[in-house]
Design a protein around this ligand. Structure first.
Ligand code: BJ8
Length: 425
């Protein structure tokens, strides 16, 4: 990192020693996973820079926003509508943590057998190592899974938490209920920011967030080519950065990258060998810096063509309708868009399995790797439905259960290599 950010981190109340340990893990991991890739697009430079400045420049921007009276809202799930936070002049940041940190502290308030994602976000808070967390005026939780639902009660002891109740089915009465939740969320956001959301501010923010999702879709479309202009690892990185970077700047940077990628496609330049097995990754989200499985897959000679996960297609595949005149009409469009997210918290969740079959065809995938975090009941159990559907359609599947540790890397690599050998083109 270029500047001395220590005074800023200190003012945020971070435990500087523990924070140093966290920052020391990142550069070597990033160098090994990302910077050694061959034939990377030049425009990845911006995203490398964002990672280098992950606790620096962006945090400084959040502090400047707060100094002008702006609010920062943190979230753990793609069900939290960024459009509403932006329409009230706030900034939404994704807080999902993808690294094991503060586990000892987290285990004082949580059981040991809970998924890495929950343990990590609680650990980040209790160990005071995340400047994003410490910048938040409000946290938005959700009732997607039991672990998160109960963890938010504990988190509320440390920071104000607004919990969105997520329906677990999509019947008409669930949709009505969800619309009510979205209306309540708007009121909370208005209260915290002190700003009234108007039809103009909401329409503008819907367009801005749609533009972000559209540019991600544009990038993803290019991954359908036989020669992919970008690796799966780089695509995942961009999908992770989408959760906390400045919306307009991110959109413009991805758009610039897309131009370079489109040229590559026209010139027939790719990052993969033509016979590399094409893989779709599906399952629980992979937050920064969780690149383990993607790295294992691509360093074994395959190419990831899509991520059917919340750090992936689920985040950007649907847009909010830009029709609607009143705030309520637009809120209805927001509610309609978000409830279609194919999270395993829904029962049944056939949309996800149908989507996987469709994606396998569109992206010409040779196989699917279903990756669940250990102790994640919704996704570990739903792996059964995924397996059954893919088997019915003759699509090979590998099921992986893992956590944020590196201890299982060798064993996972062996299994991935055996799977790739089996589906070899
Ligand atoms: S919409 S996938 S981001 S909830 S891994 S904490 S489910 S026990 S992350 Fe998710 Fe929203 Fe759904 Fe997406 Fe629980 Fe499972 Fe842990 Fe999970």
């Amino acid at each position: 990192m270029g500047n001395d950010y220590r005074p800023m981190w200190e003012s945020l109340g971070l435990d500087l020693e523990a924070h140093d340990q966290l920052l020391n893990v990142l550069p070597p991991a990033y160098g090994d996973v990302y910077l050694k890739q061959e034939n990377r697009p030049d425009k990845m430079e911006y995203f490398d820079f964002v990672i280098t400045e992950i606790h620096g420049l962006r945090i400084q921007e959040l502090q400047e926003h707060k100094a002008k009276g702006g609010k920062v809202v943190g979230a753990y799930c793609v069900f939290v509508p960024e459009e509403i936070v932006r329409a009230a002049g706030g900034i939404l940041v994704g807080l999902c943590s993808g690294v094991e940190m503060g586990s000892a502290q987290a285990e004082k308030v949580l059981p040991k057998n809970i998924c890495s994602l929950i343990k990590s976000f609680m650990g980040f808070k209790l160990a005071r190592v995340c400047p994003y967390f410490e910048s938040c005026d409000l946290i938005v939780g959700e009732t997607t899974c039991d672990g998160k639902k109960k963890a938010f009660e504990i988190l509320n002891d440390y920071v104000p938490v607004h919990v969105l109740e997520i329906p677990q089915m999509r019947r008409e009465k669930d949709r009505q209920f969800w619309f009510g939740e979205i209306q309540d969320f708007l009121k909370t956001v208005e209260e915290y920011t002190g700003n009234k959301i108007t039809p103009e501010s909401l329409r503008r923010s819907i367009k801005e967030v749609n533009a972000k999702r559209s540019v991600l879709l544009r990038l993803n479309e290019m991954r359908k080519n036989d020669l992919l202009p970008i690796s799966g690892k780089d695509s995942l990185l961009i999908e992770q950065i989408a959760m906390y970077d400045d919306v307009d700047r991110f959109t413009s940077q991805v758009s610039g990258l897309c131009e370079e990628l489109e040229t590559r496609v026209r010139e027939g330049k790719g990052v993969n060998k033509p016979d590399a097995p094409r893989i779709i990754l599906t399952g629980t989200p992979m937050a920064v810096p969780n690149w383990k499985v993607s790295h294992l897959i691509e360093s074994s000679g395959a190419i990831i063509v899509a991520e059917e996960m919340c750090t992936g297609l689920r985040y950007f595949e649907n847009l909010v309708s830009e029709e609607g005149e009143s705030v309520d009409q637009m809120l209805k469009s927001i509610a309609d868009r978000y409830i279609e997210t194919n999270c395993a918290c829904f029962t049944p969740n056939e949309g996800r399995t149908e989507e996987l079959v469709r994606l396998a065809k569109e992206y010409k995938a040779d196989g699917v790797i279903n990756c669940s975090l250990i102790f994640c009941d919704p996704y570990m159990i739903e792996a059964n439905r995924v397996e059954k559907t893919l088997k019915d359609h003759g699509i090979p599947l590998l099921r992986i259960e893992t956590d944020y540790g590196q201890e299982d890397s060798g064993q996972l690599k062996t299994r991935i290599e055996a799977f790739l050998e089996m589906i070899k083109r």
